[in-house]
Design a protein around this ligand. Structure first.
Ligand code: AHR
Length: 651
């Protein structure tokens, strides 16, 4: 008998029976439409090389090494006699896009410029690519610029040419249709004739972007965001907001207007981690604030921009703007609100309209600072708060509590923010899976009358914070699922939450774990993504109580639970997380309502906590089936190591 019990335990089939009550009494707590959102930062090549579908790296020769990413296989720069050709970088300091190149061609069949893309260009057979270049004939008889997609072996897999017409700068567009799928393609540029030609903004985008927009976003990646049905989109970060020094902070005004004129900036993640250097990581701002607002609109998400408060990243320099110089920073915030919400007759509202969006973007939130801490932050925050609410009393300000979920700075920050009657406080937690399970009760004691909480960045770390060995495994995702029952159960306090970071290029990442992984051609959803999705696709409208003898379900028998009703669909939604190696049942007794028939049960689980998804297999994906759900009793089987969501119609 002893052995039978052990065998059943090992097989994970010994069911513990849990008796819960689902109480339909009105708690008065609404689930905010913003509850489950997404956090976007240009880290891990999330924007350039990722979401922003530009395929040419260093398209306008603005990198610190201006020909980085460009090869000149036929060039002989150092020989006076037999030079096939070469490119010279020319700098015009009067412009925001300063550099262009002069290409001198001495031997038209021997010279080419080749762009390597971001870890290679992902090209799909049969797909069409918009290629363009700004060019001006300088001297000689160069008549044509030819663009060729080449595969890893150097063979052409599609080409097209433009005929040069003028000595004046002019943009020349053309289209290449690819004949082969290639993950590591390059773009080769060759010339007909001899002489000199000036080139700038050599660009190539797939035509098949999200919503088919020219120069748009990568479709598969946006689709994955869309499928999350996010309540908000936070952008542009993260530490990228702050910069390593103030000069490198994100300045939204430099990210709007004509794409070609947006001034390039180094990406602060390019040398943050010695173990993952990314010397070619820059920000073109092709994905800038207009595009972020547009993306939020496409996703049906509330835009949540975060701005520099005049403090550089405190993990780097912590450089501060003097208080007497803070006005331009504050003005940036006021102008941003005008850019999003202002009438077309206003300066910034007009720019939005000129860029193609006369309608306002309905901005409701703005974040002041990212992960700031200490008195300097609050000194600056107060100035922002006064100015923003002085002019825009209906905008909700998101403030920060620093990078850690507890400790001296955290406590100090919260005290300040409470005293100031801050509206919503951003908390960040990167910690081990056990921390997440232990913290499912974190918000139970938070003051219901104090500031609301934005759980703005969190992710369970399988090894240690920012360790390159962290995995997006089921252990971490399951712990996040358990933790999130505590976010939802405390929706009275927690109004927003988002996993971080969002994206990672499989060859170019700096930080792991991440929600969505991609390479030049494909992308996949992690188990953590599916946990987020199970919450964000089942948010409900009103919190109700699921309890075990009056107590919330927060870890007894390793079980965690939360419940909501959706008043729009007249359903009850129960989320249960089983963090143990044994299957368990939940016999739920309904108080106050009855169920009308069948329900759906969606289960995400795996008995192997180390399992992960990959480009070739999504082992961890939710499965939905129908279960019986009538009367006053709901019986839910919760497999070992799983998250279950049940949706049932209320009579
Ligand atoms: O998500 C990665 C980084 O973690 C963010 O940029 C920062 O806010 C946090 O420290």
């Amino acid at each position: 008998m002893k052995y039978l019990v052990i065998a059943l335990l090992l097989a994970g089939s010994l069911s513990a029976q849990n008796k819960y009550t689902l109480d339909f009494k009105d708690t008065g707590v609404k689930i905010q439409p913003t509850m489950y959102g997404i956090f976007f930062e240009d880290i891990n090549y999330g924007a350039d090389g990722g979401l922003y579908a530009e395929l040419v790296k260093n398209r306008s020769f603005e990198f610190d090494t201006p020909l980085m990413g460009w090869d000149q296989p036929g060039s002989d720069r150092h020989s006076l006699n037999e030079k096939s050709g070469y490119a010279t970088v020319v700098r015009d300091d009067s412009k925001t896009n300063k550099n262009y190149i002069r290409v001198d061609v001495n031997n038209d069949s021997g010279y080419s410029l080749v762009n390597e893309g971001f870890f290679g260009m992902g090209i799909k057979a049969g797909a069409s690519y918009d290629v363009s270049v700004w060019a001006a004939k300088a001297q000689g008889n160069i008549s044509e610029v030819r663009f060729q997609l080449i595969d890893a072996a150097g063979n052409s897999i599609g080409e097209s040419a433009v005929t040069l017409a003028s000595k004046d700068w002019k943009q020349y567009p053309t289209v290449i249709k690819a004949t082969k799928t290639e993950a590591k393609a390059k773009l080769k540029v060759t010339f007909s004739g001899k002489g000199s030609v000036l080139l700038d903004m050599v660009s190539m985008f797939p035509q098949d972007t999200w919503k088919g927009r020219k120069g748009g976003l990568r479709k598969d990646l946006v689709q994955k965001l869309y499928d999350l049905k996010p309540g908000f989109l936070r952008f542009p970060g993260g530490c990228i907001v702050e910069g390593r020094i103030l000069e490198e902070r994100y300045q939204w005004k430099k990210s709007v207007g004509k794409v070609d004129d947006r001034e390039l900036l180094v990406n602060r993640w390019n040398k943050e981690f010695k173990h993952r250097p990314a010397p070619d990581y820059y920000q073109t701002f092709g994905l800038g604030f207009y595009e972020y607002f547009q993306l939020a609109e496409d996703l049906g998400a509330s835009p949540l921009p975060i701005l520099s408060c005049g403090m550089a990243c405190q993990f780097n320099t912590g450089e501060l703007v003097e208080m007497h110089d803070i006005d331009p920073y504050v003005q940036d915030a006021l102008d941003l609100i005008e850019f999003a919400n202002g009438d077309v007759s206003t300066k910034w509202g007009k720019l939005r309209s000129d860029m193609g969006h006369p309608k306002t973007f309905d901005l409701k939130f703005i974040g002041v600072g990212n992960e700031q801490w200490g008195p300097d932050y609050f000194e600056r925050y107060k100035v922002f708060e006064k100015a923003i609410h002085g002019k825009y009393p209906n905008i909700t300000i998101v403030s920060g509590s620093g990078p850690f979920p507890n400790g001296e700075y955290f406590d100090y920050g919260w005290k300040q923010l409470k005293d100031m009657k801050a509206q919503i406080v951003d908390e960040h937690y990167y910690n081990n899976p056990q921390w997440f399970k232990d913290n499912a009760t974190r918000y139970d004691q938070y003051d219901r009358k104090g500031p609301k909480v934005f759980a703005g960045e969190y992710a369970a770390q399988s090894v240690a914070i920012a360790s390159p060995d962290n995995k997006n495994n089921w252990d971490c995702a399951l712990a996040e699922a358990a933790f999130m029952t505590g976010l939802e159960r405390n929706a009275e306090v927690v109004n927003m939450c988002s996993y971080a970071p969002l994206f990672a290029h499989a060859e170019g990442w700096q930080w792991t774990p991440d929600l969505i992984w991609f390479n030049s051609l494909e992308s996949y959803k992690t188990p953590n993504y599916y946990v987020q999705q199970l919450y964000s696709n089942n948010p409900g409208t009103d919190l109700i109580s699921i309890n075990d003898g009056g107590k919330p379900v927060t870890g007894k028998n390793g079980m965690f639970a939360t419940a909501v009703v959706d008043k729009k669909t007249n359903e009850v939604i129960v989320k249960i997380v089983n963090t143990t190696a044994s299957a368990q049942t939940s016999d739920i007794n309904l108080k106050g309502k009855t169920l009308s028939g069948t329900a759906t049960q969606t289960t995400l689980g795996n008995t192997n906590l180390s399992s992960e998804n990959s480009f070739t297999s999504e082992t961890l994906a939710p499965k939905t089936s129908e279960i019986k759900a009538s009367g006053k009793n709901l019986n839910i089987g919760v497999p070992a190591y799983s998250m279950v969501v049940v949706r049932a119609k209320i009579k």
